[in-house]
Structure formats: structure tokens, C-alpha cells
Design a protein around this ligand. Structure first.
Ligand code: SAM
Length: 366
């Protein structure tokens, strides 16, 4: 199967419904779109989909409710017309969605209104990368972020909930590197009393392997992980742990809204990131929208409600008129973004965390 490549010399997408880039009342533009391609996952991470709750009887979305590749690509085109420059595929576990390279090829063909290609990436647990990395790269995926919480099998197995071995994830990371899906980033969620001892070994390994490790503060997404502030290992503590052995210095973000605070090792080799949504909220610069696998549009990871785009996508009134359907989608998205005032992480307290309703991360797309 030749999935084709995506040269940057392609003309602007003629089907793109473009309008001036939009911003919310806090001046935040719409820059990034995270697309969940499935709510299913082959892992049961304790902090995301604990197996006691998401067991064999748990009802995931029926196939008919999940957006098709054509619907996802259409939504993506509309968001790009509103200013989105970066697409990230996620889930659930995106690699469990059948034929994912076909979707990647469709998304890689989309051009911004000025004709430039998109930044197209994917977050994965890495379990199927050995098998899929070459096809994803050939389809036009540019890079990947792989989640890995420890190099210690006992710790990692306990956290991923399915006894998945570290060596298989490392092999997936190697496959991604061989396929040219770099720079590779590694997400490590740090939970107090669970994998703090893995912080330094992960930093040493990532530096040697030439991948960018990003520590993620354990967040109160959803309601099933029993989050408590005491379980969070704060960004300052994480930096201090690494800095004591491998001196660090902060470096500027690459663009407005970049989620990770970036550090470089003072001896010049390698980079480290910190995603500190709990102790250093970055709502003021949040330029991210999310689309769940069932076509709901969310403006905050911690929100309780989404905006249904699937009904517009499947509205029989637009069956014979793509342009009218695209315009309806565009108007719906713009109307939501223009009044968006989310800043959950800036307002978070232990009390709000247990009281406010929220959607599980795997359901919305992480
Ligand atoms: N299955 C893919 C993966 O494992 O990367 C993509 C989806 S996962 C929900 C996306 C990211 O969210 C992962 O890096 C995961 O570690 C992180 N994550 C999930 N629950 C979290 C939580 N409660 N706090 C912080 N990060 C979390």
C-alpha cells in the first residue's frame, strides 16, 4: 500500500473553509487540536482507567457513535480554517484504532490557509509502535510522544495495570526512531509514593537515548483515580531531583501555548520538559481544543460538558451540500471558542477537585 507523502509544496487545500483566526475573551487563539480516535485502550493505568472500574463489562462507545475517518478529517479541516496549526491524535490508545495510517494520510494532506503543512503528531503508550511506526511515518505522521512511567518493570506493570513490560515500550520507541518519527518525546506521570524513584533513572536514560523526557504532574482528570493533592510531586521538586545530579537551566518556549516548561542540561546535551498543570497552571496561554471520539468539542481538559459536532456532521440537511455543512460546523466551533473562559487549573483547590463534575481523560482524549 502506498500511502503517499506530503510535500510542503502542495497548494492550499481548496476545500478549506477559511476565516480569520479567532481568539477567546482572554485573547487566547485557537492553535492546537487534539483528536481522540477511540475511547478504548489496551492499558489500564491506575491514574487514568483503573481496571477495578474499567473492567471487561465496561461499555465503551458503540462503533456507530465514533466518528469515521472522513468525519474526523472534515472536522480537522474546519478547525484548520479557524487557525489550528497543530494536530495531535490521541485516545484512549490511538494505535488500537484499525487502519490508523489511512487517517494520518488524510490529515497530512490538509494545508493551512497559507498553504503550509500542519504539525501532525500522536500520543501513544507505544505498545504497537514496532508494528505501526513505518506505516504511520509513510502516511505523513511527523513525530510521536510515547508514555512511559518507569524503567522498572515492577513499577511500570503496577501503573499500567496490565503487566505490560518496559522492554516492549522501549522497542516501540526504537521503532519510532528508526521510522524517523522524531524528535521523540516521552511522557512520564509522576505519582508520590509510586514512581518517584524512577525519576532520575528515566532522566539519565532519556538523555542517553536522545529523547525528550517530560514529567507530568499527576492531575485530577475525571473522578475515578481518587486524586489527592498529596499524590502530586510538584514541578519544583522534580526539577530539584534532576538538577542535583544533572544541572538544568530553563529555556524559552518554542511558541505561545506550549504546555511544557523547557529545560536544557547545562553541559549542553539534551532537553527536559515539565507539564505542571497543578502547581504552575498554564491556562493563560491555553490554545488547545479537543474532539472526543464521538465528536464532542471540548475547550478544557477539566470541563464537564462538550459541544456536539457529530449531530451537525450527520445532519441530513447538509447531505447534498458540503459547503453549507462546513459553514455550520465552522460557525458552531467559532461561537464556542469566542465565549470560552475556562481556566480550571488556575482556580483548582482540593475542594473544587472533588466537587466539580468532570469527564474522564480517556473519554475526552488526553
Ligand atoms: N494512550 C495514549 C498514551 O498512553 O499516551 C494516549 C492517551 S493518554 C490519556 C495521554 C496522556 O495522558 C498520557 O501521557 C498519560 O500518561 C496522561 N495521563 C492520563 N491520566 C493522567 C493523569 N491523571 N494525570 C496526568 N497525566 C495523565
Amino acid at each position: 500500500m502506498n500511502l503517499g507523502t506530503t510535500g510542503s509544496s502542495l497548494p492550499a487545500d481548496p476545500t478549506l473553509v477559511a476565516m480569520p483566526a479567532i481568539a477567546d475573551p482572554l485573547g487566547r487563539p485557537l492553535h492546537d487540536l487534539r483528536i481522540s480516535v477511540t475511547d478504548r485502550c489496551n492499558f489500564r493505568c491506575t491514574y487514568c482507567m483503573p481496571k477495578e472500574i474499567f473492567g471487561p463489562d465496561f461499555a465503551f462507545l458503540p462503533r456507530s457513535e465514533v466518528l469515521t475517518f472522513e468525519e474526523i478529517a472534515r472536522v480537522a479541516r474546519v478547525f484548520v480554517g479557524l487557525g489550528v496549526e497543530k494536530l495531535r491524535l490521541t485516545g484512549g490508545e490511538p494505535l488500537v484504532r484499525r487502519d490508523l495510517p489511512v487517517l494520518v494520510e488524510m490529515l497530512a494532506a490538509i494545508r493551512r490557509p497559507d498553504g503550509a503543512p500542519l504539525d501532525l503528531t500522536l500520543t501513544t503508550n507505544g505498545s504497537a509502535l514496532r508494528h505501526l511506526a513505518p506505516a504511520l511515518a509513510e502516511a505523513g505522521l511527523q513525530r510521536v510522544t510515547v508514555s512511559l512511567d518507569s524503567l522498572d518493570d515492577a513499577v511500570f506493570s503496577a501503573m499500567n495495570g496490565v503487566d505490560f513490560q518496559v522492554a516492549k515500550v522501549l522497542d516501540g520507541i526504537a521503532a519510532a526512531a528508526e521510522a524517523g518519527l522524531g524528535p521523540i518525546k516521552i511522557n512520564m506521570v509522576v505519582r508520590r509514593g509510586v514512581n518517584e524513584a524512577s525519576v532520575l533513572p528515566m532522566a539519565r536514560w532519556a538523555r542517553d537515548a536522545g529523547v525528550i523526557l517530560r514529567f507530568i504532574e499527576y492531575m485530577d482528570v475525571g473522578h475515578t483515580n481518587g486524586w489527592r493533592m498529596d499524590d502530586v510531586v510538584a514541578a519544583d521538586e522534580l526539577v530539584a531531583m534532576v538538577d542535583a545530579e544533572l544541572p538544568l537551566e530553563e529555556i524559552p518556549p518554542l511558541y505561545r501555548g506550549e504546555v511544557a516548561t523547557r529545560y536544557r542540561y547545562r553541559d549542553g546535551d539534551g532537553e527536559l520538559g515539565l507539564i505542571a498543570s497543578v502547581t504552575r497552571p498554564f491556562c493563560g496561554d491555553c490554545t488547545r481544543a479537543r474532539i472526543s471520539a464521538d465528536g464532542h468539542f471540548y475547550t478544557c481538559l477539566f470541563t464537564a460538558a462538550g459541544h456536539d459536532l457529530r449531530t451537525i456532521l450527520r445532519d441530513p440537511a447538509f447531505e447534498a451540500d458540503d459547503a453549507a455543512g462546513d459553514a455550520a460546523l465552522r460557525d458552531a466551533v467559532a461561537a464556542v471558542w469566542r465565549v470560552r473562559d475556562d481556566r480550571y487549573s488556575e482556580l483548582r483547590t482540593e475542594a473544587t477537585s472533588s466537587r466539580l463534575p468532570r469527564i474522564e481523560m480517556f473519554a475526552m482524549g488526553g
